[in-house]
Design a protein around this ligand. Structure first.
Ligand SMILES: Cc1cc2nc3c(=O)[nH]c(=O)nc-3n(C[C@H](O)[C@H](O)[C@H](O)COP(=O)(O)O)c2cc1C
Length: 343
């Protein structure tokens, strides 16, 4: 291990207390709709090193009925519950509180409020990042959820709708004041769909403004990035999004649990495919795998061929065969995946 790897593992393996519960590590899986599903999460857990897993966003409207262990992303397995935070979105404090009660009753580690999603379909419903336009409403949602549950309460948010770190700081203080136990902060404005680099200096300002743990998020793709984010911002933890979908073993690698050879790529893709088929059945498994392959393919020089190949497969067996054929060609692995190349 080089010096960066040793120092990074040392920092990431420090325990962290959130809302009275102790975590063994400080590297988290960020919430990603359709991607942070039980199959990917289970695979990540099997490699180890991930301190906390976040589900993709679930609608409070459906979660509050406690509806099934299957719809709208509200899914889990018993093994992951003690490390799993369920993310909910909505704009009605009472509905959000009722959803959080269901999350607590299922035994999740914690509940996370989504004030970060800027997708049109969510903002049009006045949810996600749209709520940040109304800080009083945002605060009352956090307060209502806090009153309803005792499990750790997280809030994930962006800078706001303008690039104003003062605004982000005032939001962070409101959330802490309303009873949040930890924040995940993605320092981009809502209209910025990852076109410009995130402003990590805003993470430093948010961290300084509150006394609860802050997890930094945005464009951490390498061990050097991760160490730099921890050092430059002082954040307590780091949440990984796209790179975790591209390399689900990254948590084990960066925390120094073990190293992986090039054979991990094929093994990992096949294991994920099997897990998806197990949790979702063949049709949904193929759709979920195709979403995953968009990020996984970024690991290879000619990854767009792999991604296109995956979209033509009509069954799990065909997908497995196509993966094996692709890896027989000895694809060149890039040193740093570039996600904008594929999307
Ligand atoms: C496919 C995809 C789905 C996402 N879904 C969610 C979501 O459900 N809730 C959320 O708060 N953020 C969501 N995000 C944002 C990520 O959590 C994260 O903030 C973003 O990808 C930046 O982190 P990264 O640079 O490590 O990828 C999603 C991102 C991606 C790529």
């Amino acid at each position: 291990m080089n010096e960066t790897a040793i120092e990074l593992a040392r920092r990431l393996n420090q325990p962290l207390n959130i809302g009275g519960k102790q975590l063994a590590g400080r590297l988290f899986l960020a919430p990603m709709a359709k991607l942070s599903n039980p199959a990917l999460r289970g695979l990540i857990l099997s490699y180890g090193g991930c301190g906390l897993l976040f589900s993709g966003m679930c609608s409070a409207r459906s979660v509050r009925h406690g509806a099934g262990n299957n719809i709208h992303g509200f899914m889990w397995t018993p093994e992951e519950l003690e490390f799993l935070v369920c993310q909910i979105f909505g704009n009605d404090p009472r509905m959000m509180a009722e959803a959080a009660v269901q999350v607590e009753a299922r035994g999740f580690f914690g509940v996370d409020i989504n004030f970060g999603c800027s997708a049109k379909v969510i903002c049009r419903q006045q949810c996600g990042a749209e709520v940040l336009k109304d800080p009083v409403l945002a605060e009352s949602i956090v307060r209502a959820v806090r009153k309803a549950v005792r499990i750790p309460l997280f809030v994930k948010f962006r800078t706001g709708w303008k690039d104003d770190s003062e605004y982000a700081v005032s939001l962070a203080r409101r959330f802490e004041d309303a009873g949040a136990d930890a924040l995940t902060f993605h320092p981009r404005t809502a209209p910025d769909r990852r076109t410009r680099p995130p402003r990590w200096e805003h993470i430093a300002r948010v961290k300084q403004a509150v006394s609860i743990p802050v997890s930094g998020n945005g464009d951490v793709f390498s061990p050097e990035d991760c160490l730099r984010m921890l050092t430059q911002t002082g954040c307590d933890a780091v949440s990984l999004g796209r790179i975790a979908a591209a390399k689900p073993w990254i948590f084990a690698q960066w925390t120094g649990l073990r190293d992986f050879g090039p054979e991990i790529y094929l093994q990992c893709a096949c294991r994920l495919l099997e897990r998806l088929a197990h949790h979702f059945g063949p049709d949904t498994a193929l759709r979920r795998f195709h979403k995953f392959s968009g990020y996984f393919s970024a690991n290879f020089t000619y990854g767009h061929h792999l991604h296109a190949l995956m979209s033509r497969c009509r069954s799990v067996a065909e997908t497995e065969q196509a993966l094996n054929d692709f890896f027989k060609t000895g694809p060149e692995i890039v040193s740093a995946p570039c996600f904008s190349r594929l999307f």
